[in-house]
Design a protein around this ligand. Structure first.
Ligand code: CA
Length: 460
């Protein structure tokens, strides 16, 4: 059985022409080993640069650009989440109206910080993820931290001195509110400390204005969730076309989702810009194979009942449809989970992450994403508080029913109304508009999911 010019399985019995090819009728091929892969063997035809495209963004002290002007409150441990949520509501109600240039306030709440084996080798992943999220370009280099006091993840461990380029005029160490400090007598004094700290940051954030910046300052993360059989023929190819346009405009585009690229590993290593990049892809996917083996599963644990009802027979078929989001450009860089892009790392990037929508989005935020593209066939109201999410429907039926949740309808490709190229250009322009401040449906409804950390290390 072939799809996308790849064998997705062998028929285990005769299948009548025109009938549904589902997983029970297919024997799935074994995953390609990570030995003897073609390394950096394909050189895609060079494409002319796209010049003159810009958006209106917030320039940060470290040179990066935000698409939103948000105050983020970093937390070191889940214990403080309730207090921070209470303070957040007061900030929204009482402070934000005085600072009209600030788009919002976000609590970086998570389940890590204590009760974890913090010195385990793999603990580096959740720790650096939290560090790097608080430095996301949409937070303007303003970092304020709320800590409990006795937790394992101490603020200095999360944000070692020297890791932050702060705004001019900002204190040179991140603001820290520690709830167990003796000065806090009662709940209200904790809330007052957080509000007081927030006000200093809001003052500075409020003075910022959008300015015209080149499209090359976009750092776009792409992923899919709730995929169906149309994902790989409508939405994902349109995203892939837009990805190529973004790379030609000098921007950065990240694709991820290890289990959804694993079966296409040959395509990735051969498209790597250099043998070193190809080796980094093998290193990341090999590490992930072993991580899955420890849990006694493999990549086939990825597919959902909805994927299957939507016509995807197995993970091989899903992966081949997923990978086209990355377009056709050479893969220029590879990031391990939780790593942050350097300013000189541009172009197409493979950011190795699990495929879970929330974990992938969280890790892409840590990598420095300032705009997110999300394709869906079954439909999901996914959103992130830290970054605009542009949702692309794979089918017109979904786009019609979820008319105030889907930002773009790639089902028009299947309907014959638009070509992949036309839709790709449309998405490219939509991304520049959203980066400049146009609000997505998820933003208008204030829909957002939780940050979810990838913690492959033990808890205690
Ligand atoms: Ca996903």
């Amino acid at each position: 059985m072939r799809r996308y010019d790849v064998t997705i399985g062998r028929a285990s019995q005769a299948i009548r022409a025109g009938s549904w090819v589902h997983e029970k009728l297919l024997e799935m091929p074994a995953a390609r080993t990570l030995e003897a892969l073609p390394m950096a063997t394909v050189t895609p035809a060079p494409q002319p640069p796209l010049e003159g495209y810009t958006f209106e963004g917030y320039r940060n002290p470290d040179g990066s650009v935000g698409t939103r002007n948000l105050l983020a409150i970093t937390t070191t441990v889940q214990c403080v989440a309730g207090v921070v949520a209470h303070a957040l509501q007061r900030i929204r109600d009482e402070l934000l109206p005085q600072y009209p240039n600030v788009d919002g306030v976000v609590a970086l709440e998570h389940s890590y910080g204590c009760g974890v084996a913090i010195d385990a080798p793999d603990a580096v992943i959740p720790i650096r993820t939290l560090r790097h999220i608080s430095l996301n370009p949409n937070f303007g280099g303003e970092v304020m931290v709320v800590s409990l006091g006795c937790e394992k993840l101490q603020p200095e461990r999360m944000l070692p001195p020297g890791t932050i380029t702060l705004m001019p005029g900002a204190p040179q160490t991140p603001d820290l509110v520690r709830l167990q400090d003796d000065k806090h007598v009662g709940f209200q004094s904790m809330i007052s400390s957080i509000l007081e700290a927030a006000e200093q940051h809001l003052e500075r954030l409020n003075r910022r204005r959008r300015e015209t910046v080149p499209a090359s300052e976009l750092v776009v993360g792409v992923q899919c969730g709730g995929s169906d059989a149309f994902s790989g023929v409508t939405a994902n190819p349109a995203v892939g076309f837009a990805a190529d346009l973004l790379v030609r405009a000098g921007a950065t585009i990240m694709f991820s989702e290890n289990t959804e690229v694993r079966d296409a590993v040959e395509q990735l290593t051969s498209r790597a810009a250099t043998p070193e990049v190809a080796e980094a892809i093998v290193r990341e996917l090999g590490w992930y194979d072993r991580y899955l083996e420890r849990g006694r599963v493999d990549r086939s644990a990825n597919t959902t009942p909805g994927n299957k009802a939507g016509g995807l027979s197995n993970i091989v078929e899903k992966a081949m449809g997923s990978i086209v989001k990355s377009g056709r450009m050479p893969i220029a860089h590879v990031l391990a989970p939780g790593e942050k892009l350097r300013r000189d790392q541009r172009g197409l990037v493979f950011a190795a992450t699990p495929a879970s929508d929330f974990i992938c989005g969280t890790l892409q935020l840590a990598a420095g994403m300032n705009l997110h593209v999300f394709t869906t066939g079954r439909g999901t109201p996914y959103g992130l508080a830290a970054c605009p999410v542009v949702k692309v429907a794979t089918r017109s039926d979904l786009a019609r029913r979820w008319h105030d949740l889907m930002d773009l309808n790639a089902g028009q490709v299947a309907d014959g109304a638009k070509s992949i190229e036309e839709l790709g250009w449309e998405l490219f322009h939509l991304l520049l508009d959203v980066a400049s401040g146009r609000r997505t449906w998820a933003e208008q409804h204030r829909l957002h999911n939780s940050l979810v950390l990838f913690n492959p290390a033990p808890v205690t």
